[in-house]
Design a protein around this ligand. Structure first.
Ligand code: SAM
Ligand code: SF4
Length: 327
């Protein structure tokens, strides 16, 4: 069991498998001039598997695969097949933009990997294409519906962006009301590769809830697991639910159970903090699993208490893109 210096148990790893992406969501990265990591800096599938294995041995029982876009990595399924063999790993999930998942749906299903988060910030095609700067709406929509109808446990991540997609908040709830999905509205965070900076946001979780209440006053709060980052609600007559994720307001740090490892092996103990160690280098220089375990224990023993504390290290300025951190 991994316990941090604030007595929080850490059982959830977000493992990024690449920093590349086939979309260019404007809240995540600039349209061009992005310094993606060189291929040899990315962990190989064997290294990603080793990192996962070591961490599962230390008490991680839930891994979310993220990126960049995980499915741009052609060998992703090799990693997923390996993760399925880890006995103490109870939950494997994937966060994806759903552009490239289509050919892998059958195998995901047969592997029993059913928890898929799909990022979708608009239901209007033009809005989607303005935000993502690519024309992939039809593919994403098709794959999303296929995932839902084939029985995957789908959650939609919708970042509410001032002046860009607030007009789609109510329609996406209306569209999803017949489906058993959770639509989670996230606050925008300042990790966009330096393309814009901001100190506050208009659409915080309270503003989003007030807006939803104008159309759906009959919502009720749902019980959520203690470590959940989303506050979840049910609208009367809707098959699915919705959630609010205060990712900028950071009200959930007290029960944070997460550790992040980037595609280049950096260990991130708080989204708002700086990398604390690099596992790829450790594996490449010595292949010493005990040294990796020790490093993980050291980083977890030295976690910031909250995202605001971690932010102090940055003095308010973030140059990172979410595509390298993994969300
Ligand atoms: N490409 C995949 C996707 O978009 O789902 C996985 C990687 S993406 C970096 C992981 C999550 O981070 C997505 O749900 C995305 O919407 C979210 N994200 C990216 N940039 C963000 C930002 N600046 N603020 C809040 N969430 C962000
Ligand atoms: Fe790509 Fe996901 Fe970032 Fe969009 S949010 S640019 S899909 S990594």
């Amino acid at each position: 069991m991994l316990i941090d210096n604030h007595n929080r148990s850490i059982n959830y790893l977000r493992l990024a498998v690449t920093d590349r992406c086939n979309l260019r969501c404007n809240y995540c990265m600039p349209s061009e001039g992005i310094n993606f990591s060189k291929n040899d800096k990315l962990m190989t599938i064997a290294e990603l598997s080793q990192v996962a294995e070591i961490l599962v041995g230390q008490g991680i029982d839930k891994i979310r695969i993220t990126g960049g876009e995980p499915f741009v990595r052609k060998d992703l399924m090799v990693l997923l097949r390996h993760l399925k063999t880890l006995k103490n790993l109870k939950d494997i999930s994937v966060t994806t933009n759903a552009t490239l998942i289509g050919p892998h749906i059958d195998e995901l299903k047969s592997l029993g990997i059913k928890n898929i988060n799909v990022s979708l910030d608009a239901i209007d095609k033009n809005t989607f294409e303005r935000i993502t700067r690519r024309n992939q709406y039809d593919t994403v929509h098709g794959n999303l519906i296929r995932l839902i109808t084939e029985g995957f446990n789908v959650r939609i991540n919708f970042i509410v962006l001032d002046g860009q997609n607030e007009q789609d908040i109510l329609p996406i709830l209306e569209l999803m009301k017949h489906y058993p999905v959770s639509v989670r509205f996230l606050e925008e965070m300042p990790f966009n590769g330096g393309s814009k900076t901001f100190q506050k946001i208009k659409w915080d979780y309270k503003a989003i809830l007030e807006h939803i209440a104008t159309a759906y006053p009959n919502y009720k709060k749902l019980e959520s697991p203690k470590t959940s980052t989303s506050i979840n609600y049910q609208i009367e007559g809707h098959k699915g639910s919705f959630g609010l994720i205060p990712s900028f307001s950071r009200t959930f740090c007290g029960s944070c159970n997460r550790l992040r490892v980037t595609a280049t092996g950096d260990v991130i103990t708080c989204l708002y903090g700086k990398p604390k160690a690099n596992l790829r280098d450790l594996l490449r220089t010595s292949n010493d699993f005990a040294a990796v375990e020790k490093t993980i224990l050291e980083t977890i023993g030295n976690r910031a208490k909250t995202g605001f504390d971690a932010q102090q290290e940055h003095q308010g300025v973030f140059e990172n893109s979410m595509t390298s951190i993994g969300g």
